[in-house]
Design a protein around this ligand. Structure first.
Ligand code: SF4
Length: 411
């Protein structure tokens, strides 16, 4: 069956019956929850059955709103859907008062559906097209928020909870996100589509990178430190004695081999020059091993999941003492990107086409005193966790079982 054959298929009783399966089982069912709203569930059923989106993309305009509104219509043209993207507080700390206001907008002007998921950080409200003007007024004047962050703009920023919840935070991610998002020179790009394509900015408090910044944002800020992690030898010996930590395993799992264990002196040594800030030893032996005291913010650029030349991780640019130092650099790169990138090319696409010198020259000009990456020696920096051999096997087997379930055989 071709795609156009699939598109022609009508919604049937069988499609709806298939949804019943998704309401069974001990876990909460998203279908049951969707049915409580005014979402056109039969289109969802059709999509699930045919493994094909029941929607065509569409467009929708509200006067004086230049981004943040997305629209789609059903393939049979009978139903249209309008989404507003509104902003989240940094770290997604939503007060009950704010939640009540959003819920009111979704109920009165929409179909009773809100979406908090998604890596953009935006809150998505489904709106009825004929109430869109009123909904904008309420969001701006009563909720004190705005609509924006879609299309060729800065997308909604995202920060990990950082110091509000987490003992690993090495800088204030929430304040950093608030600073950039509310800065007039940056905020204007959330609401007006002036870029060749989208730009994203994310903030992670430490190299665990819970915001997924190193893989998914054009401007990335990750808390880090210079040199070796701090080791409290006495506390570490206690943890070893109580069986919580195996020092040999600790050394073995360091990705750069920077750790050695002196059995005679019962001392752990970490070579700061080789430390990749993988956080593995800290994860295994916290609080005996902690991030170093000479804290910095690593600024990286150019990662994304989708773009012209495929997914890629960030390039390191500079080590900062304060996130505010990055503002002139960001404005310079925005200028370079806007003037040089072809339509629908991300920042990384531009770097791949024109070379990293475009970025390093901007860093030299705007951050003259900061340690920087050069085209041939990007800052040594890793994010994520190191898995043990057992964990690797577990994940590999789990991935195989998924493939088997989905395709019905080994691939
Ligand atoms: S990125 Fe680091 S600081 Fe932020 S929540 Fe995750 S572990 Fe905590």
């Amino acid at each position: 069956m071709t795609i156009s054959d699939i598109r022609e298929q009508k919604i049937s009783e069988d499609d709806m019956k298939a949804l019943e399966k998704l309401e069974k089982g001990p876990w909460p069912s998203h279908v049951t929850e969707l049915k409580k709203t005014r979402y056109p569930i039969e289109y969802y059923a059709w999509g699930v059955m045919h493994k094909y989106s029941p929607w065509y993309s569409g467009s929708f305009r509200v006067r004086y709103v230049f981004s943040g509104i997305l629209a789609r219509r059903s393939r049979d043209g009978k139903v249209s859907e309008v989404h507003f993207r509104t902003y989240s507080p940094a770290g997604r700390f939503l007060s009950t008062a704010y939640l009540k206001k959003i819920a009111y907008v979704a109920e009165q002007y929409g179909i009773g559906l809100l979406e908090f998921a998604g890596n953009t950080g935006a809150i998505v409200i489904n709106i009825q097209p004929d109430k869109a003007d009123q909904a904008i007024d309420i969001i701006r004047n009563v909720m004190g928020s705005d609509v924006g962050g879609s299309g060729d703009t800065f997308r909604e920023f995202y920060a990990c909870p950082g110091p509000a919840l987490c003992e690993f935070a090495l800088y204030d991610t929430l304040a950093a996100m608030d600073f950039f998002r509310s800065h007039p020179e940056i905020y204007k790009f959330l609401n007006t589509q002036l870029f060749p394509y989208k730009l994203k900015m994310k903030f992670s408090g430490c190299p665990f990178d819970c915001a997924g910044a190193n893989a998914r944002s054009d401007f990335t800020f990750i808390g880090t430190w210079v040199g070796a992690p701090e080791v409290d030898q006495e506390k570490l010996r206690e943890m070893i004695k109580s069986g919580k930590v195996d020092p040999k395993e600790l050394a073995k799992r360091c990705p750069s081999g920077a750790i050695s264990w002196d059995d005679d002196k019962q001392q752990l040594k970490i070579d700061g020059d080789r430390c990749l800030k993988a956080m593995n030893c800290i994860k295994m032996a916290f609080p005996a091993i902690k991030p170093g005291k000479n804290r910095k913010i690593a600024m990286l650029v150019g990662s994304h999941a989708q773009a012209h030349y495929g997914p890629r991780l960030s390039w390191g640019v500079a080590l900062l003492d304060d996130y505010k130092e990055a503002l002139p650099f960001i404005l310079k790169v925005i200028d370079i990107y806007s003037n040089n990138a072809p339509r629908r090319h991300r920042l990384a696409d531009l770097i791949l086409r024109r070379g990293f010198r475009l970025i390093s020259d901007a860093a030299k000009e705007t951050l003259p005193d900061k340690p920087k990456a050069a085209p041939s020696s990007h800052l040594r920096f890793t994010t994520g966790v190191v898995l043990s051999d057992d964990e690797r096997v577990t994940y590999a087997e789990w991935a195989k079982s998924l493939v088997k379930d989905y395709y019905g055989g080994e691939q």
